[in-house]
Design a protein around this ligand. Structure first.
Ligand SMILES: NC(=O)c1ccc[n+]([C@@H]2O[C@H](COP(=O)([O-])OP(=O)(O)OC[C@H]3O[C@@H](n4cnc5c(N)ncnc54)[C@H](OP(=O)(O)O)[C@@H]3O)[C@@H](O)[C@H]2O)c1
Length: 317
């Protein structure tokens, strides 16, 4: 009986491997629009797809980022300035994309732009702190997607949304995890709706990787600013020791973050170039072996793990 089971498992993986290695044809005629290409995953993906021969339309937040990217890539790659929080900027970028793709439509949209600060315990934050992250990571994704969707539908292409493994298990307060839960919900409903039109929607859920989003400096400055803005009552409840221990736990980011960003961009590339992309990719060992399994555990077990790992407030009962 075990032998049959083993054979079935091997057959399943062989079939999956065979399906997943089939590549779409005429890649050099396909346009891919990527947001947040100044740095990190977006920047590497833009260079990677350019090398592969695709027509990359790279959106950068700054002119400096765009100029640097153009210097490192072929003439095929074009850049545009885009702030995903500004609807007029999104509309102008969409017009620019439309002019470039013409009747072919847009093969791929990669919603990659994102921010991660301020991140702190929820009670230390204001509504504006939450809005700042949600505006980029969730409403930005929705605005850009709705705007360019007619072009993607024309090409029967793909929408690749960069979520996070923190979109599966919320391990800290602030807008980041909720923004990524939102991206998951938006992508799930969109995938079902767009399947009628031959458009595929894919989610990328990376673990911790070394980029500006996980920058120790940005996190600790954000945490300190949030602590400074809290009321004396909250400061007394949590205590200076909690703050110091929280800072220490952030310091571990430097050693735990994976340096190899290509683990993520290879998944994005597969999502855009394979005939049968997966619905979800979870690049990174921490995502695969810690956070993803954790997301399937009963809540009380996850709660226990978090209590055990996190610092306790001074006035904890
Ligand atoms: N690194 C990780 O461990 C990790 C894990 C899971 C998910 N992610 C997600 O991966 C995506 C890419 O992040 P990354 O890790 O590659 O960090 P990153 O290097 O900071 O990349 C984020 C990019 O988004 C741009 N951006 C920020 N605000 C924007 C706005 N309002 N409009 C347009 N672009 C904007 C940034 O521009 P500037 O550089 O000019 O600020 C930057 O180019 C994000 O969605 C992030 O949440 C990252």
């Amino acid at each position: 009986m075990w032998l049959y089971l083993a054979v079935l498992v091997v057959l399943y993986y062989l079939l999956r491997w065979y399906r997943e290695r089939q590549v779409v044809s005429h890649l050099q005629d396909k346009f891919v629009f990527i947001t947040g290409c100044d740095s990190g995953f977006g920047n590497l993906l833009a260079r990677q797809l350019d090398l592969r021969g695709l027509r990359v339309l790279a959106a950068c937040l700054t002119e400096q980022g765009a100029e640097q990217l153009r210097k490192q890539t072929s003439d095929r790659l074009q850049t545009v300035i885009l702030d995903v929080t500004k609807t007029d900027s999104v509309a102008a970028a969409t017009k620019w994309v439309k002019e470039h793709v013409g009747d072919r439509g847009l093969w791929g949209l990669v919603n990659n732009a994102g921010i991660s600060t301020p991140t702190a315990p929820n009670e230390w934050l204001t509504k504006q702190d939450f809005m700042k992250i949600l505006d980029v990571n969730l409403l930005g994704v929705i605005d850009v997607t709705l705007s360019v969707l007619p072009l993607v539908r024309k090409a029967r292409g793909r929408v690749v949304n960069v979520s996070s493994i923190m979109g599966r298990v919320a391990l800290f307060g602030g807008g980041y995890c909720m923004s990524k839960y939102g991206v998951e919900a938006f992508s799930d409903s969109l995938r079902r709706e767009l399947s009628y039109f031959g458009v595929k929607v894919v989610m990328i859920e990376p673990g911790y990787f070394s980029t500006n989003v996980t920058s120790l400096k940005a996190f600790s400055q954000g945490l300190q600013a949030s602590w400074n803005q809290t009321s004396p009552e909250i400061k007394e409840l949590y205590g200076e020791k909690f703050m110091a221990n929280f800072m220490k736990s952030i310091n571990s980011l430097e050693t735990t973050c994976c340096q190899d960003l290509s683990l993520v961009t290879n998944c994005m590339e597969h999502a855009l170039t394979a005939c049968h992309p997966r619905t979800r990719y979870s690049p990174g060992w921490d995502a695969k072996f810690i956070y993803l399994p954790m997301s399937y555990l009963p809540s009380f077990l996850v709660d226990l793990m978090v209590y055990w790992r996190n610092p306790q407030p001074a006035k904890a009962l």
